[in-house]
Write a protein that binds this ligand. Structure first.
Ligand code: BGC
Ligand code: NOJ
Length: 811
């Protein structure tokens, strides 16, 4: 069954039933204030940090799964319904949810009353705007009651859902006119509060949840709404909510609009109060004044749409394939922005309380984001570097608000440091801005201990050089990219965290994956050294890279594919000698991307083995055969039932590594075939199997060993977004930012005749036309720039005018 369709003109996905297989969500907000919103208007808002500054409550793991949101109840005589269907679930006469770029709309009707709810966060302010328009399509006058509803979170989301003995006594609000102020903990150490406001005079309000719903009822059937009477409750402790009551009379064909604002306001410490424990409302008044009329709100929505149109105009491709265009031009880039903003913090599968910003995750997210807003990528690189330790190792995660490393998880994931080189080089290739290397960045957020970003990268490189095991391969530490290959963990106690148990690094367990990563990004580090005139260092590093390649080909090769690792007993993992877990995707992808084995057949053999042993109709599995029992010496990977997550699931993040590798060996047909397998836009027709949003990549699709083979899980916050965008744009379409300019080197399906691409690069707009008259998969015959033939595949960024015409002929 199909649950909706793409509207490419408006850059929207249109959902036609509230009963999607899973909640299909969208993100509001672009910089500091964010909201998650599902197709039933569920979700929550936060400012900067989903753990520390959460405005509204959401109950994960609830029943139904998607409970709590910004809810509007319409009471039209005996009919009580919501424009997003939840929470009353009253059957609607019509329903349509449109998820657009940074906004969502819900248009529904019941009994000849039409409601249109538009939700978005304007670019400039920390507020979620909900514009609700009601239209009377009947021939009679309608007298209605409208109730709004949000439930406040007491700011720290973790504390909010654990520390009830305290929290049931701390909640505080103020109600002035049509504005509800949520001010819990403002009397003590907080200098911020939330507002929930409507631009009409109200007929009542509620701020105490149990009074609004009735103690034994829920938001699905609140007493106040059923009776059509607000209680004017003032919350003292318990669960503060915001609810307005508005009586509405509509003549036939008449419409009315309401603007609700859920905003975050901050005061200077010395300006917190206007009277004893009365909050200073100046910032709230200022915010409200900016979004009080339809015109103001419509203008702000237009600004948001213009903002997205301008961002997406930086990369736009026209191929003969509508789905490909849709994915590349709209949804994949959009998701890259979302993963850049969220890292792995807040989604419907990430609670916002756990993981914050990942060192490796955010570094990789940059690969798909940097072309959109390079200046923000620059800031992020510096934030990440600031958390690195002096010896080059890294905190695995940091908190977005404090920007300091997360002590609970600590460090010891030995691939982490190298990803900083990857992210920084992506930034320099995009912008040509080498000055970032001079930026002083702290170690472990200690402002008295700083060194240049370049010095940080040097320490990243040297960390691998100085942490090798018996085969000369990098020590894995707690784990590498595969968080679940915990070779030094040896956990036999239920409930222990696989991520942090055991010695953080043993002297033996080694990773072939990190070895490949070191070769790939080590080469980029060498380019930086050369650029900075550090010739001796460059030569020394090249030697280290050669030594690593030697170690990989001598000890890391299994005969037909790359071994994955050596465990703490120095036994191979991912080898034909293993009974299960004989071949892993990661080392094949990373080693071929690092161009290891291109000259001796290893690369081709590795890719053939992937095809033979790991490929399925839904994508490439992480490893095979799946572990059927728990292995103490392997850790979390073997804790998952076969076919799920790292235990032989189809991990979408490293599927593009194989796609990319296939382009490196010139297989355009195979690369595109694989590209399509995990791309949700191409899976719209199998939604009953796939289940997650058709417009967002998910982290994992259940592998062939799982009963639910093909089922997507954990959508949105995954490195899949960035890696897929980098792969399709740079390796298939072949438009690749390089240190010296824009390189054009496509690897496409042989049946493509041509495609066009607009690429904004270092301030110029390149109109690129690629022709494939001989139907090859790879190979550039000629490139003309503004009519002049080039002698290489790199376009020098100083060449040409502001708009550059590029004609590429393959053959
Ligand atoms: C998951 C990994 C994830 C890790 C993060 C594990 O349970 O399987 O995908 O990276 O947790 O802590
Ligand atoms: C998800 C994590 O966010 C990422 O860092 C890790 O590489 C993958 N899981 C694989 O374990």
């Amino acid at each position: 069954m199909k649950y909706g369709f793409f509207d490419d003109i408006n850059k929207e996905y249109v959902i036609t039933t509230p009963k999607t297989p899973l909640p299909w969500i969208n993100y509001l907000g672009s910089k500091d204030f964010f909201g998650i919103i599902s197709n039933t208007a569920g979700g929550y808002d936060f400012y900067k940090d989903a753990k520390l500054l959460r405005l509204t409550r959401y109950r994960y793991n609830n029943c139904p799964y998607d409970s709590n949101g910004r809810y509007y109840y319409i009471k039209d005589n005996e009919n009580v319904w919501n424009p997003g269907w939840q929470p009353t679930q009253t059957p609607l006469d019509s329903y349509e949810c449109r998820h657009g770029l940074g906004y969502s709309t819900f248009e529904s009707s019941k009994n000849n009353l039409r409601a249109k709810l538009t939700a978005f966060v304007p670019i400039k302010d920390n507020v979620e705007i909900n514009k609700l328009e009601l239209t009377n399509d009947s021939e009679n006058v309608k007298t209605l009651d409208l109730f709004s509803y949000v439930e406040f979170c007491l700011w720290n989301a973790e504390d909010d859902c654990t520390n009830f003995q305290r929290n049931f006594s701390t909640g505080e609000v103020e109600i002035i006119g049509s504005t509800i102020y949520h001010k819990t903990e403002y009397r003590e150490r907080r200098n911020h509060y939330a507002i929930y406001h409507v631009n009409h005079e109200i007929d009542g309000f509620d701020t105490d949840r149990a009074t609004f719903t009735g103690f034994y009822n829920s938001p699905a059937n609140p007493d106040a709404v059923n009776e059509g009477i607000s209680r004017n409750s003032v919350a003292h402790g318990w669960s503060p909510i915001g609810s307005h009551h508005l009586k509405v009379t509509l003549q036939p064909n008449e419409s009315v609009s309401f603007i609700f604002l859920l905003g975050y306001c901050e005061n200077k410490q010395e300006e917190k109060f206007e009277a004893l424990n009365v909050i200073n409302k100046a910032p709230a008044k200022e915010l409200i004044a900016k979004y009080s009329t339809d015109e103001q709100v419509d203008t702000a929505l237009k600004e948001l749409k213009d903002y997205w149109n301008s961002l997406l105009s930086k990369f736009n491709v026209e191929t003969g394939n509508e789905k490909l265009n849709r994915s590349v031009n709209i949804w994949n880039q959009y998701q890259c922005m979302v993963t850049f903003n969220m890292s792995r913090s807040a989604s419907y599968y990430e609670s916002g309380m756990g993981r914050g910003m990942g060192f490796r995750d955010s570094s990789q997210d940059l690969l798909g984001f940097v072309h959109l807003i390079p200046s923000r990528a620059r800031e992020r690189i510096i934030d990440i570097a600031n958390t690195q330790f002096e010896d080059g190792s890294a905190y695995h995660q940091y908190q977005p608000l404090t920007k300091t490393g997360n002590l609970n998880v600590g460090s010891g994931f030995n691939d982490d440091p190298l990803w900083l080189i990857a992210g920084t080089c992506a930034y320099i290739k995009e912008t040509g801005d080498y000055t970032i290397l001079d930026e002083e960045c702290t170690f472990n957020s200690d402002s008295t201990n700083k060194a240049s970003l370049f010095e940080h990268l040097r320490r990243s490189f040297n960390y691998t050089v100085t942490h090798k095991g018996p085969h000369g391969l990098p020590l894995i530490g707690r784990a590498d990219w595969n968080d679940c290959l915990n070779l030094n963990c040896f956990s036999d106690t239920p409930g222990e965290s696989f991520q942090t148990t055991g010695p953080s690094s043993g002297p033996v367990a080694e990773s072939v994956f990190i070895a490949g990563l070191f070769v790939k990004y080590g080469k980029e580090y060498v380019t930086l050294c050369n650029e900075l005139g550090l010739d001796e260092e460059a030569t020394a590093c090249e030697k280290e890279i050669d030594t690593m390649i030697e170690a990989i080909t001598t000890h890391g090769w299994d005969g037909k594919w790359f071994i994955r690792a050596f465990d703490a007993n120095s036994n191979p993992v991912g080898s034909h000698v293993n009974e299960e877990g004989q071949i892993f995707i990661e080392s094949q992808g990373m080693c071929v991307m690092a161009e290891i084995g291109l000259d001796n057949g290893m690369a081709l053999d590795a890719l053939n083995s992937v095809k033979e042993k790991l490929d399925t109709k839904y994508g490439i599995m992480l490893q095979q055969p799946a572990y059927s029992t728990y292995h103490l010496e392997l850790g979390e990977i073997s804790s998952y039932p076969p076919g799920y997550k790292e235990n032989a699931g189809i991990f979408c993040h490293n599927n593009p590594w194989i796609v990319c590798s296939e382009t490196i060996v010139g297989h355009g047909n195979r690369a595109f075939e694989l590209y399509k397998k995990t791309n949700p836009v191409f899976l719209e027709d199998i939604e009953d199997i796939h289940r997650t949003e058709p417009y967002a990549f998910c982290q994992m699709v259940a592998g062939k060993d799982a009963p639910s083979f093909g089922e997507g899980k954990n959508s949105w916050l995954t490195g899949t977004a960035a890696w897929t965008f980098a792969t399709i744009s740079q390796f298939i379409l072949g438009i690749k930012p390089d240190f010296k300019g824009l390189r054009i080197d496509p690897c496409i399906p042989s049946d493509w005749d041509k495609y066009d691409c607009v690429r904004v690069f270092r301030g110029k707009t390149y109109n690129i036309h690629v022709l494939n008259p001989e139907h090859v998969e790879k190979g550039v015959k000629s490139i003309k720039v503004n009519g002049t033939l080039l002698s290489s595949t790199i376009i020098d960024p100083v060449l040409g005018t502001n708009t550059v015409e590029v004609e590429v002929v393959l053959g």
